[in-house]
Ligand binder design. Structure first.
Ligand code: BG6
Length: 510
């Protein structure tokens, strides 16, 4: 276990949902696992008027998000955790002189000996990132002469390439790149990190991981929920900005990248940037038409319950053209991946919640068992990111009896079968990494920009293109059938079920 230095976590936007829903439960897990440093303080900062006690009640003692986690803990244990929390009201505006805040930070530091090591977690709208960074720097709170200073920013990191660049320049004016941690919670998922291990610690996979053996790659990210209460945000964002530009392109970069020299943050992130830069950018309308499909969910009845269409959701423009479904086909222009198509889909209101990567291998180049129905049944390596986390290999076996009839069999591994299967929650892992100064699982400025570089022309085409459509799909189905046109030849999307080993198209009626 790495040692975590004494420190203070200052959360901006502390009265918001993310603090109570994700950050505090993650901190509680770390507290339970004895992973918090001996001297540790959380200072919540926002514009609500609250006392320390009220803040503790809100995010710890009376938080619905902690209920399950604290149910077996003693009152003493919970209160010792709650006592680490303090609150500072910024008043009306984030853009003000932070001298009062700086004094509070300094007082808490002196009282609790946090070594002037501070993490500033910005859980605020991105429009405030630069303002907060500037005001912190004016108080010398970026200065690392005594103790380190780190700043964590949440997505969305920019709205386009241009805005992302501006934001990077803005933040880097006040903090060094090595102090900036851009969070992408998918990188905190154990199964996403396992992509690296699967590839680079198994000599049975890596030699096959290229255009000679791989036919195509498919990534599906499906959610059964709609936009829930985030219509206002989502309508300005859409699936491509919300999921694809960040989480899915992060997964793509781990699949595409070359082996790093070692497992350091610098080397891994260098390779990821190279991978993202090798995605072939689609520039002309014909290419964009042929390789992208967007859709929007419509009202439907699921399991006997009426669900709203996207345009009827709260905060959504009734004439909105924002996509809740995005399917993109693309190629990677480098030696390893030439001509291998990548198919990536993400959507809301799908039949189930699932994220998986499917590596489809080429058929054997000489078919020995001609009369078997092996054709069109490729070998597949299915990497299940969530749920039912695990890995499945589909391969051919002989059906017992005369002749050579070949059938598909499954070889599977489930995380839940591991003796030590305590999978850290993504935020827990990422917070601990930042507390220890490990930025491997955080996105670097050039990574974020490379991802936007690929996404920008698609967004522009979807907004301004002459022949671009948005297709409706009923809530609860696998998106618009129009997306089938992206697939080459006889290919079909693998529509995964709730369980890793379910056959495609598998559907449970409740
Ligand atoms: C967030 C998106 O980043 O990821 C949400 O803003 C989405 O729209 C969520 O629901 C999905 O995360 P997970 O971990 O549940 O797959």
């Amino acid at each position: 276990m790495n040692k975590t230095a004494n420190q203070m976590l200052v959360i901006f936007g502390a009265s918001g949902d993310l603090t109570a829903r994700k950050l505090v439960p993650a901190l509680f897990n770390l507290y339970k696992a004895k992973q918090l440093p001996e001297n540790f303080v959380v200072l919540g900062v926002s514009r609500s008027n609250m006392t320390d006690g009220e803040f503790r009640k809100k995010v710890v003692q009376e938080s619905t998000y902690l209920k399950d986690k604290v149910k077996d803990a003693s009152l003493d244990f919970i209160n010792t955790f709650a006592d680490k929390f303090f609150y500072e009201d910024l008043g009306e505006d984030y853009n003000k002189v932070y001298n009062k805040l700086a004094t509070r930070i300094s007082d808490l530091n002196n009282k609790f000996s946090t070594g002037e090591n501070y993490i500033f977690y910005l859980s605020t709208p991105p429009s405030l990132y630069e303002v907060i960074a500037k005001n912190l720097s004016e108080q010398g709170l970026n200065n690392e002469t005594n103790g380190w200073k780190r700043i964590i920013v949440e997505k969305p990191f920019g709205y386009s390439l241009e805005t992302a660049k501006k934001l990077n320049i803005g933040l880097q004016t006040y903090f060094n790149e090595s102090q900036i941690y851009r969070i992408d919670h998918y990188l905190g998922k154990e199964t996403v990190q396992n992509l690296l291990v699967t590839r680079f610690s198994n000599s049975i996979f890596e030699p096959l991981w290229n255009r000679n053996y791989i036919h195509h790659i498919e990534i599906t990210n499906a959610e059964s929920v709609g936009v829930e209460k985030r219509g206002g945000y989502y309508d300005k964002s859409g699936a491509l900005r919300d999921m694809f530009q960040n989480h899915l392109l992060q997964i793509v970069s781990l699949i595409v990248m070359e082996p790093p020299i070692d497992a350091s943050a610098q080397e891994i992130r260098n390779e990821k940037v190279k991978a993202l830069k090798s995605l072939r950018i689609m520039r002309d309308e014909e290419t964009l038409y042929n390789n992208t499909v967007r859709g929007q969910y419509l009202a439907s009845v699921i399991d006997g319950k009426k669900v709203k269409g996207y345009r009827e959701e709260e905060g959504v423009d009734p004439n909105s053209k924002t996509e809740t479904y995005a399917a993109i086909k693309f190629f990677v222009d480098n030696w390893r991946w030439k001509d291998v198509p990548f198919y990536v889909r993400t959507a809301k209101r799908m039949p189930t919640k699932v994220t998986e990567v499917v590596i489809h291998f080429k058929s054997p180049h000489h078919q020995v068992f001609k009369n078997s129905d092996m054709n069109n049944k490729d070998n597949q390596l299915i990497i299940r990111i969530q749920p039912d986390e695990g890995i499945l290999i589909k391969f051919g076996v002989k059906v017992p009896g005369q002749g050579f009839t070949v059938e598909r069999a499954n070889l599977d591994f489930y995380y839940s079968n591991l003796a030590d299967n305590n999978v850290m929650d993504a935020y827990e892992r990422l917070l601990l990494d930042a507390m220890q100064g490990d930025a491997t699982l955080y996105a670097r400025a050039d990574e974020v920009e490379a991802a936007w570089e690929f996404v920008d022309p698609i967004l522009d085409y979807w907004k301004n293109g002459s022949d671009v459509n948005i297709y409706g799909y009923s809530s609860g189905v696998w998106g618009p059938t129009n997306s089938d046109r992206l697939l080459e030849g006889d290919l079909k999307w693998r529509n995964p079920g709730e369980n890793l080993a379910d056959d495609p198209g598998f559907c449970v009626i409740k």
